[in-house]
Design a protein around this ligand. Structure first.
Ligand code: ADP
Ligand code: TRP
Length: 427
């Protein structure tokens, strides 16, 4: 199979944009863009567009390459990335009409996707195993590709290959109050587990995550529910940075000298938290989230577990002793979780059809159905994963090209942040 990393050639991008412009439909723009204008309801209502503008929106996310990626990571994060990439790969076009002048502007919204393997985050679990880091980094990247992230439409890269992440994290450290980080739930939980030797890196982890996001001006960040607090922190850090360093005449002067526009450097991101698969729970405790850090491997379904092991884990997973299998009973967390998984791996089926199918089943009859559905969903992904791993040149090429593309964007933000903070320009 011939697979080469590729970006869409410019001509192809322009062609698809042009083709799309012809069949454009209006859609709901972001609030900021909506404010001074109204959307044209139908093409006959207002004058033909007199101006055109392109808006670039960016999506960024990442998963730590620690341990093996499980069904929670896949359904809560990676699968959402693929769905977003697929649904937003064609530019969206809308027409905005200025209420005062009646002038119409055709706005083309292009979405760029950045998906990184956050290996710098992986070393916050102290001490990490250096010989495992390389393999888990490559395995994670290969899984992104196997799950459907397409390097022609998304930039796939390794965080530590783009040094701007560490550098911006340091700059942001200096604008982030300690007590903002002390409030982080994930830090409290993980540091309690790590005890006295807990590293500064674990405490500082959310600032590095903020740097990951802010370097790309990402306005949307698809993550699982547990990352909401980190996203809010990222917004607070961006606002504080912009307030402290991106205002007033001295800032304008610095920007002018550096040939940069004097707008706020950092963009506040929004979390995109999906309902379905947002929280996959442990197989051994319906109250705990499925996690790489659970010491028991029986608590999770790893994406790369062989079919026999997946069946075995499902066969042994915790259930309850009530009759029938119901979805909406909060007193039955295991039933809710297993049904959520059953539905998530059969995306073409409705909730009703699943509820009808399982209502009168007992666990002994349901578990094999669940195991079959999980295995059927994961097998093609596992096959693609093997293909990617058998072709290291391809994987290296994707990551090298991804790092260069990421660096280009990240370098611009870092330069603007350095300018805002008043660092001496490098001559
Ligand atoms: P883990 O807790 O397994 O170490 P990470 O913290 O690396 O997972 O999370 C990686 C991504 O996967 C994040 O976007 C996170 O929200 C999502 N995620 C992690 N665990 C789950 C889960 N059990 N259910 C849904 N999403 C999850
Ligand atoms: N902190 C995230 C997690 O544990 C991983 C992560 C690091 C991330 N940087 C990010 C997620 C940037 C989204 C965007 O899951």
């Amino acid at each position: 199979m011939e697979r080469r990393p590729r970006r869409p050639p410019l001509a192809a991008t322009l062609l698809s944009t042009a083709m799309f412009l012809r069949c454009a439909t209006a859609f709901r723009p972001p609030a900021a863009a909506r404010a001074p204008t109204r959307l044209r309801a139908s093409s006959s209502e207002a004058a033909a567009p007199v101006a055109r503008r392109t808006v670039t929106r960016r999506i960024l996310s990442g998963v730590q390459p620690t341990g093996s990626i499980h069904l929670g990571n896949y359904l809560g994060a990676i699968k959402q990335w693929v769905d977003l990439q697929d649904s937003l790969s064609v530019p969206l076009v809308r027409t905005e009409v200025n209420e005062k002048t009646g002038a119409a502007t055709e706005v083309t919204e292009v979405t760029e996707n950045f998906y990184c393997v956050v290996d710098l985050h992986a070393i916050t679990a102290q001490p990490h195993d250096p010989s495992a880091l390389l393999e888990s980094t490559r395995a994670s990247a290969a899984l992104y590709l196997a799950a459907g992230i397409d390097p022609a439409r998304s930039t796939v890269f390794v965080q530590s290959h783009v040094p701007a992440h560490s550098e911006l994290a340091w700059l942001l450290n200096c604008v982030t109050p300690m007590n903002w980080l002390e409030r982080m739930i994930q830090y409290k939980e993980k540091s309690a587990k790590q005890g006295d030797g807990v590293g500064v890196g674990l405490f500082d982890y959310p600032v590095l995550m903020a740097a990951d996001i802010l370097l790309y001006g990402a306005d949307r960040v698809p993550v699982g529910e547990d990352q909401r607090q980190h996203l809010e922190l990222t917004r607070d850090i961006a606002r504080r940075f912009n307030d402290q360093y991106c205002k007033g005449n001295p800032y304008k002067k610095r920007c002018k000298a550096a040939g940069l526009p004097s707008r706020p450097v950092l963009t506040e991101p929004e979390a995109m938290i999906v309902k379905e698969g947002a929280r996959v729970m442990s197989l051994t405790d319906g109250h705990a989230k499925m996690s790489k850090s659970d010491p028991s491997d029986a608590s999770r379904l790893n994406i790369l577990d062989p079919p026999d092991l997946l069946r075995k884990k499902i066969g042994r997973c915790k259930t309850d002793s009530m009759a029938g299998i119901a979805w909406d009973d909060p007193d039955r967390p295991e039933a809710v979780n297993l049904l959520n998984i059953y539905a998530a791996v059969q995306p073409d089926r409705s909730r009703e059809s699943i509820a009808d199918e399982v209502r009168d089943l007992n666990w002994g009859a349901f578990k094999p159905l669940l195991a079959d559905a999980v295995v059927a969903h994961l097998e093609p992904l596992q096959q693609r994963y093997r293909e990617v791993r058998e072709d290291p040149t391809y994987l290296d090429g994707v990551l090298a090209e991804g790092a260069s593309a990421a660096e280009e964007v990240a370098g611009k933000t870092l330069h603007a942040a350095r300018t805002a903070m008043g660092f001496a320009p490098r001559t």
